[in-house]
Each structure stands twice: as C-alpha cells, then as structure tokens.
Design a protein around this ligand. Structure first.
Ligand code: SAH
Length: 309
C-alpha cells in the first residue's frame, strides 16, 4: 500500500497482522484430506481439517487449546485444557482452509469436531457461528453446520434458543451410565437421562434430528448387547447413530473392532429400528485421530526442552 506514509507502513508491518495464527504444519492425505497445524499468537497449537467428498467439502474446526473432558480414547484431552479459542481464532480456521481450495471448490459443511468441547466455550463459539452464517460474513446456512458436544445439558438447552437450525451431535459412546462414566469421565456428574432430555428439547425447538456419536472401542463398548441397550435407550426418538471405529492413538492401548463386529453392531441397531451409519475414515495416512498432530508436536517440544536442559 504505497499510498500510505512510509512510517505508517512500517508500523503496520510490525504491529498489525491480518491473521491470528500461523500455519506451522500442513499435511495432505492420499484421499486429498488436508490437515493444518496452527500456531496461535501465544504459541499454542490447534488443528483444523478439510475433507473432500464428491460434491461436498467439509471443514472440521477446533474451539479450545486442548480439552478438559478427559475422554479416555481421545488424544485432544491427554494434556488437559490450556484456554478457550477466541471467536476469530475459531472462524479464521474456516477462512484459512477456504484459501487452500481450488477456484471451483467451495466449503459446503462445517463440523465443530476438532480439539476442545465447543459448548464449554459457548460465547466465543456463538460469536464465531454468527460470522460464519451471516450474509456479511461467510454466509453458510446453519443447517450445514454441526456442533458436536460431550453432552452438557444446560448448554444444549441454551443452544436450542439460538433461533437457528444448527445440527447437534452428541457424543454418547455408551448405552448406560456406569460404562459411560468409565469412557467419558465428566458423565459422573451428568448422566445419560439428562443429556437425552436436553437433546430432545433441542429437537423440539429446532426440528433438527440429533446425531448420536458412538466411538467403537474393541472389547469395551462394541458388543451386540451394548447395541441392543443403546437401541432401547434411543427408541421413540428422531435419532441417528454415527458409529466411529476408534482412530488409533499411539499413547493409548484401545483399538477399533474389526469390520465384521462393527457391521454387526450397526445391524443390531437397525433391526431395532435405529438408523445407524459407520463413519468413513478420512486422512488415514496423516495423523488422523483428533488432536494427534498437536499432541505429537507438543511432545516433540517437551522432548527438545528436556534435551536442552
Ligand atoms: N468435545 C466434542 C468434540 C469432540 S471431537 C465432543 O465430545 O463431541 C468429535 C468426535 O470425535 C467426538 O464424538 C469424540 O468423542 C470423537 N473422538 C475423539 N477421539 C477419537 C478417536 N481417537 N477415535 C474416534 N473418535 C474420536
């Protein structure tokens, strides 16, 4: 901008930044999934992902640095939570992924399924979603945006009042409270009934069918009797179950069941009247599971620091 005075240009270059992060890692998988590792102004790291399907471009974004929920199979929570992302740190992930795409591509869907618990950073999430949906902003329809939550009932009820038709995905992962509390420790103070009641409320307010996510962990929650119990629990609800065979995390011993057990679990749900799909794995040859890229980088930093001291 040579029409600005030189000293102002100098100050702008030193003090102003268009972006609230720097891309510090970029991986492209064989299936053209792209994953970015972002370094924020305070050097914290988060991840975001672009997934390509025929006629569909979905971006997956993070809402916190780390996560406090402590789900036992998830890489994002292994180091706890550091802080909430600001609204601009949330929506800018969409913009930076948008810039990676070819001219004839456009983002069709956003899933808030990256690092963090979105409803634990509710205000900043809502500010970001406002920018992403408003006509002066990114202009995407609320129905194309899915927020995934561990299941915080009060926040789900607040979210139901947004006046917009965002999709809600609830991470259930178990059909009863004792098993769920083992897998998702925050369940201890919440309980499945409370979560289902809040999700029912969400459906009533918005008319959007709820998705229940269920990570399949071999030998833990993947047996046919778990599927039958889950179907009984969800009966009568306008619900869809999204089965996610666990993505391996090198620090953890849990694994996904094989394909036959996964299919059997799905068929038990279907026989009992609950529609279910198995989530396709994307970006399997890059650090695929949630939060892994950040975790690997953080561990590298810790290791480097130890070697230097
Ligand atoms: N905090 C939100 C978003 C988490 S990420 C939530 O709990 O929903 C989105 C989904 O991926 C959640 O269902 C989460 O439980 C699941 N997930 C996390 N780690 C995973 C792993 N290693 N393998 C498969 N799914 C995983």
């Amino acid at each position: 901008m040579t029409d600005l005075p030189a000293d102002l240009r100098l100050r702008l270059s030193q003090e102003f930044s268009f972006s609230c992060f720097e891309v510090t890692g970029h991986q492209t998988a064989k299936d053209q999934t792209e994953k970015l590792l972002l370094k924020l102004k305070d050097s914290e790291l988060v991840e975001c992902v672009l997934m390509r399907d025929p006629g569909r471009r979905t971006v997956c974004i993070s809402t916190q640095v780390g996560c406090a929920m402590g789900c036992v199979f998830c890489a994002s929570g292994l180091l706890g939570v550091k802080r909430n992302l600001t609204a601009s740190e949330i929506y800018e992930q969409v913009l930076v992924l948008h810039r990676l795409m070819k001219d004839d591509e456009q983002i069709t869907n956003i899933v808030v399924m990256g690092i963090g618990e979105p409803l634990a950073n509710y205000r900043n999430l809502m500010d970001a979603l406002e920018v992403l949906t408003s006509d002066e902003g990114f202009g995407l329809g609320a129905r194309r945006i899915t927020v995934s939550t561990v299941g915080l009932p009060e926040k789900i009820r607040e979210f139901a009042q947004s006046g917009k038709q965002f999709n809600l995905a609830v991470s259930l992962h178990a059909p009863n409270d004792s098993l769920r509390t083992e897998i998702v420790p925050v369940n201890r103070n919440i309980g499945i009934d409370e979560i289902l009641a809040a999700a029912d409320d969400y459906f009533e307010q918005t008319g959007r069918r709820i998705s229940y996510e269920y990570v399949l962990l071999s030998g833990i929650n993947d047996q046919p009797h778990h599927a039958a119990e889950l179907a009984d629990r969800l009966r009568g609800r306008n619900a869809h179950v999204n089965l996610i065979p666990m993505n391996g995390v090198s620090e953890l011993v849990m694994t996904a069941p094989g394909e036959p057990d996964t299919e059997h679990f799905r068929s038990v749900l279907e026989q009992r009247g609950i529609t279910a799909t198995v989530r396709k794995r994307k970006g399997a040859d890059i650090d695929a599971a949630c939060g892994q890229l950040r975790l690997n980088r953080e561990q590298q930093v810790e290791l480097d620091q130890r070697l230097m001291s």
